[in-house]
Design a protein around this ligand. Sequence first.
Ligand code: ARG
Length: 564
Amino acid sequence: MKNQVVKLLKPLLDLEEDHILSLVETPPSREQGDLAFPCFQLAKQFRKSPALIAGELADKLPTEELAAAGFAKAEAMGPYLNFFFDRGQLAKELLASTVADQLADYQIGAGKTVVVEYSSPNIAKHFKLYHIRSTMIGQALANTYAALGYQVERMNHLGDWGTQFGKLLAAYFKWGNDEKIKADPLSELIHLYVKFHEEAEKDPSLEEEGRRWFKKLEDGDEQAVRLWQWFKDESLKEFEKIYRLLGVSFDHYLGESYYGEKMEKVLAELEEKGLLEESEGALIVRLEDKQIPPCIIKKSDGASIYATRDIAAALYRYERFNPEKILYVVDQRQSLHFQQVFGVLERMGYEFARRCHHIEFGVMKIEGEIGSTRKGKGVLLHEVLEQAIKKAEVIINEKNPSLANKKEVAKAVGIGAIVFNDLKQHRTREVNFKWDEAFNFEGKTGPYVQYTHARISSLLRRAGDLKIEPVTHAVYEQPLTWEIIYTLYQYPSVLVETVKKDDPSQIAKYLLDLCQLFNRFYAEERIFVDDQNEQIAKLALCKKMALVLKHGLSMLTIEAPEEI
Ligand code: ARG
């Protein structure tokens, strides 16, 4: 409808279409219209007051053209020209359409590719809380880009290379026990890694041994590679359990080790472009922005490092996918690292450096605890997830003991509580997970949205055989009902905002608003009334609300059970 406003105003104004479009806004309340065109900016050009301009524009707009564009009227209100939709027509069209129909007009990504890199845990270590944030934010963004027509490449940049694997190998040869590793791989590998650090404090020669083993690994030593592969396979099995629980999947598992062979080419290119400098035995690249410390490319012992692998990975993604954007969904504590990596790409002369974005996020805390693998502590994510599912089960047993598929619903609600809690506020804010708060069925939570969806579904079940089809009805013109229709109509633009800002909380907040509207509607209106037309009209509205809630939850990778 914004485009319709542009079409109507274009002949009356000496302005570019894009400029007009950028001015069109949504008034704070529906009494002030459904779209508004502010006339402040035109005052200079026309040498008249904004209010006078708004009045003249209103007079000049032909009624038939307004009607043809789907508007009931356009009125000047102070400095604004306010447009009112033809409510009956819009309601009818909207309620007849599926979410897919609605999205068909918003395929802004058609023909474009975006690489979303997320999750990227480290093998032989626990999946940490910042990995769950990365996983959920990344997955939600990937879903949303895909819904808007982008070709999405979901990428897991596993931490499967680096000096820590040299240490792990050294520890394995000193204290490792195959039987123990087979029985409980991750815990045992972490135990070995922790022991290495404890012992290295007493005996610094161990560090040297670790470095030697990493060198062997980088040189392709058969024994080192075989063990590393074993550790990696075992770790992946654990990670996949978590991904299954969360309903997450990837198109590519390309860990850091994948870029091992591509490193020489990067070094050669940096050398050729005259960017490499020696500093204290290491090779570095200085950056354009002198505030950022130089990026270390190769250590004094010749070992490759994290940043260099990231440069190789970025070049690989660019060459393979030519994406419009590469998103790195990674903890904000790595922001310097990404400034350096993108800075080096820029110095190499790659325009696409500007298409790389660090999608950073704040710390997540569960009951105030955040551990470190080095000391062997750390919240075990799959334990947290299991606990959430159990808690949901207890609640369901209280609320609805006769529910048929309790186990599945408990899984959906338990995971939903954690995921929604993670996504409901802007990603850069800290997340504090509090058990009772995240499960409050009346709070701003996943279970609240899921429960609202289930309530609507139960209303629709109650309607039985009644055919719910879109009808024209005066009930749609009432303020609350119209607010609901208007909100449903805005859903695709919420997805567009989400990808523009790379911020899934746009969707979470929208879903909370929609739930609140439903709950007001349900409290204020009787749905099963004698007038069958009115009943159908109200149920059609409910049905559409359920569809949009379900779709929105699916963007956040949260399930929407029909019954809770
Ligand atoms: N494996 C890293 C970690 O757990 C995250 C990887 C981030 N992505 C990247 N391209 N560097 O901290």
